[in-house]
Design a protein around this ligand. Structure first.
Ligand SMILES: [Zn+2]
Length: 91
């Protein structure tokens, strides 16, 4: 995954530092777009306006993203956090 491609990040994550709960990859519309969207647990209209980050920024924010970033368009993940750690699970 090219590190400067764009990802969409919900404002709760971008502004309030919320945990990533949903990672959804759609077919990118533009060349500079990765197609990824990262949302918090609300996953609602309140998550707009989304912010545009680079792939490298979301990976810095949550290094677990690196494990799923090369997944194809049409893939979605839910991130669970337990006392033993956190992981993305395909949905
Ligand atoms: Zn949100």
């Amino acid at each position: 995954m090219y590190p400067t491609l764009a990802v969409l990040v919900c404002q709760h994550i971008a502004v309030e530092g919320a945990h990533i709960c949903y990672a959804i990859r759609s077919q990118p519309i533009r060349e500079e777009d990765s197609g990824w969207q990262f949302l918090c647990s609300h996953r609602s209209a309140e998550c707009s306006p989304v912010r545009i980050w680079a792939v490298e920024e979301i990976v810095r924010y949550d290094p677990d993203v690196l494990k799923i970033i090369d997944s194809p368009a049409g893939t979605s993940f839910f991130k669970t956090t337990t006392s033993t750690g956190s992981a993305f699970q395909k949905i």
